[in-house]
Design a protein around this ligand. Structure first.
Ligand code: SAM
Length: 282
């Protein structure tokens, strides 16, 4: 008997992955957590029935959410990651010896516990001595932060359930106050293709644009995410992610990557016309 994991990417479009084994399933205070194994994507984690992280393609998302901002400002020392309890983002940040501290704020400690158990490679970076993990709501945590961080990465679930508050004007305003002069905010910025995701992309862009001088979207191709076309937001009051970027300096670090490279860094900000239209209409 074949077992398939399915999720809806639109009311009429379903994404399915053939499952070898279900390894874990639980309802936490915040969401439902499932872990399964598959031939195509390896072990994968879903939250509330949506794909979050898969062993075989996580490198795309985590390299793009970390290396783009780190290549723009190599002086980044203090980093805040909101969400990201699976450890993938922290794993890439830990590659940078120049970073002095990483605060990880994850609302659901069970996500991190489960990922330590089933994704040991992905969570290895969480044991880096520079990492401080806070199991609490990022929306609340950020309210007490002033001029503290050079980079904030919002690696959250989608804008409903526990993640909803991380897509609000209040949250982005608090992120701006939490950043030091020249700070950068990067967030997972949903997808432009299916209506519901495009709606949330436009809303998010409108809210961030109202807070930061520079707000530019960039893209990556992630097979396990809706439509495979995924966007990230880059916001700052000082840096332009393409103009203020020194490929040479980043390449000199000699970091191993499987997706990010410095030509792609420039290319990923070149968006299709229909996406530019969505943003302009926002
Ligand atoms: N890469 C995934 C994506 O793009 O959808 C996200 C990965 S990570 C698993 C998302 C994390 O955000 C989850 O572990 C979830 O518990 C956490 N999260 C959701 N809302 C949060 C909040 N308000 N504060 C802190 N963490 C939150």
């Amino acid at each position: 008997m074949e077992l398939w994991y399915s999720e809806n990417h639109s009311p009429d479009v379903r994404f399915s992955v053939k499952v070898d084994k279900q390894l874990y399933s639980a309802e936490t205070e915040f969401q439902r957590i499932d872990v399964m194994t598959s031939e195509e994507f390896g072990t994968f984690l879903t939250l509330d029935g949506l794909m979050m992280v898969a062993e075989k393609d996580e490198f795309i998302y985590h390299e793009m959410i970390v290396h783009v901002p780190m290549a723009v400002n190599p002086e980044i020392k203090k980093v805040l990651v909101i969400g990201g309890g699976d450890g993938g983002t922290v794993n890439r940040l830990a590659l940078y010896k120049t970073i002095e501290s990483i605060d990880l704020v994850e609302i659901d400690s069970e996500v991190t516990e489960v990922c330590r158990r089933f994704f040991p490679k992905l969570t290895a970076g969480l044991d880096d001595p520079r990492v401080n993990i806070h199991f609490e709501d990022g929306l609340r945590f950020i309210r007490s932060c002033r001029n503290k961080y050079d980079l904030i990465i919002v690696d959250s679930t989608d804008p409903f359930g526990p993640g909803e508050g991380l897509f609000t004007r209040e949250f982005y305003g608090n992120c701006s106050r939490a950043l030091r002069d020249g700070g950068i905010l990067v967030n997972q910025h949903e997808s432009p293709y299916y209506d519901d995701y495009a709606e949330s992309l436009m809303r998010t862009h409108r809210r961030i644009k109202g807070v930061f001088k520079v707000h530019r979207l960039y893209q990556a191709h992630i097979p396990t995410y809706p439509s495979g076309h995924w966007l990230f937001g880059f916001a700052s009051d000082r840096f332009d992610p393409v103009a203020d970027f020194d490929a040479e300096r980043w390449n000199a670090l000699g970091l191993e990557t499987r997706y990010y490279n410095t030509e792609l860094h420039k290319g990923c900000f070149a968006l299709p016309n229909y996406v530019k239209e969505l943003i302009n209409n926002a």
